[in-house]
Design a protein around this ligand. Structure first.
Ligand SMILES: [Zn+2]
Length: 332
């Protein structure tokens, strides 16, 4: 390949930002996939000194692109745990913006992303097509989310997908990305569009709906993080294992640790604030006081009618009502 895998000078607004990186991630198959991520912020990330860098960062609004790695080697924005997916012929792009807002990208931004992928496509065999569905957080967060391809399908896949489709990874970026418009901008082929007589509505960022099942796992935590404007991780970090057995309705993504090293969780602290706990009790750690406060808050909002016992059982009525309150947009 010309330029040893550096193609930024063929990209409008392109520049090189190479991080110090030891070694090279050797590709186990030729480039076959464009993988889209979102930075979940508004500025150029440093990627921990390059340790989690993609090949490109794209600012679709300012129409600027930085290339961090040559496309002759693997990038580093996929998770290393589990099977290695960075090596699987994946060109990786971090789009500056939030996964929850990608459906609102302006057409000019989509066209700019199409331009960048087109340059890479010219130097590789990656086809300008996509056969996956881009889901909102509720269907895309977690390693077992509906959006993920099985590993064998991923290893065969050719075309455009998102981080939410990569196996062994928990992230759900880039959300409901307007993939039809991107493919159309790359190929000139129009996906069938429904006729509309009204001017285009400007639709607000969507709130991910959750299943009302009475279990608080990583999907629901991710939805709460969205409610509170946090980066979605799905994890309630550093909780006291002392309370684990009393609360079997708290499932995946709860990080139980020994009592001596409990530090509490940011998203759980927001829950405590929302539930109206006094400031000196907003420690980010779940327990009977916090769950009791949650029950009272849900009762005051007209959802919960059960006892204030401060416990979270399986198919917990408290969590069902908390999930309903979330779905109704009451949690923020
Ligand atoms: Zn990502």
């Amino acid at each position: 390949m010309a330029n040893n895998g550096w193609v930024y000078d063929e990209i409008d607004g392109g520049s090189k930002q190479e991080f110090d990186h030891p070694g090279e991630i050797v590709l186990r198959r030729a480039m076959a996939v464009h993988c889209l991520h979102t930075t979940e912020g508004t500025s150029w990330p440093g990627y921990k000194g390059g340790a989690s860098a993609p090949h490109f960062t794209i600012d679709p609004i300012k129409r600027q692109t930085r290339q961090h790695l040559p496309i002759t080697e693997g990038a580093r924005a996929l998770r290393y745990r589990g099977r290695q997916t960075n090596t699987m012929g994946v060109a990786q792009y971090e789009i500056i913006g939030r996964a929850s807002q990608m459906q609102d990208l302006p057409q000019s931004g989509i066209e700019y992303i199409a331009h960048v992928l087109g340059v890479v496509g010219k130097h590789t065999e990656i086809p300008a097509k996509s056969s996956v569905t881009f889901y909102p957080v509720g269907d895309a967060y977690g390693t077992h989310a509906k959006s993920r391809l099985p590993y064998a399908a991923f290893a065969q896949y050719r075309g455009i997908l998102g981080h939410q489709h990569v196996p062994d990874n928990p992230h759900w970026d880039p959300g409901e990305f307007p993939i039809d418009k991107l493919v159309e901008a790359m190929t000139g082929e129009t996906a069938p569009v429904k006729p509309t007589t009204e001017p285009h509505p400007t639709h607000p960022a969507k709130r991910p709906m959750v299943k009302v099942d009475g279990y608080w796992g990583e999907n629901f935590t991710g939805a709460l993080e969205e409610d509170f404007g946090h980066t979605v991780t799905g994890v309630v970090s550093s909780q006291s294992e002392y309370w684990e057995d009393d609360n079997p309705g708290l499932t995946s993504g709860w990080d139980w640790v020994r009592s001596g090293v409990v530090r509490g969780s940011r998203v759980f602290r927001k829950v405590q604030i929302w539930a109206g706990m006094p400031e000196d009790e907003q420690d980010g750690v779940g327990g009977p006081d916090s769950f009791g406060a949650l029950q009272r808050k849900l009762r005051d909002l007209g959802y919960y009618t059960g006892p204030i016992d401060g416990e979270i059982w399986t198919e917990s009525p408290t969590i069902k009502d908390f999930q309903r309150a979330h779905n109704d947009g009451k949690v923020k």
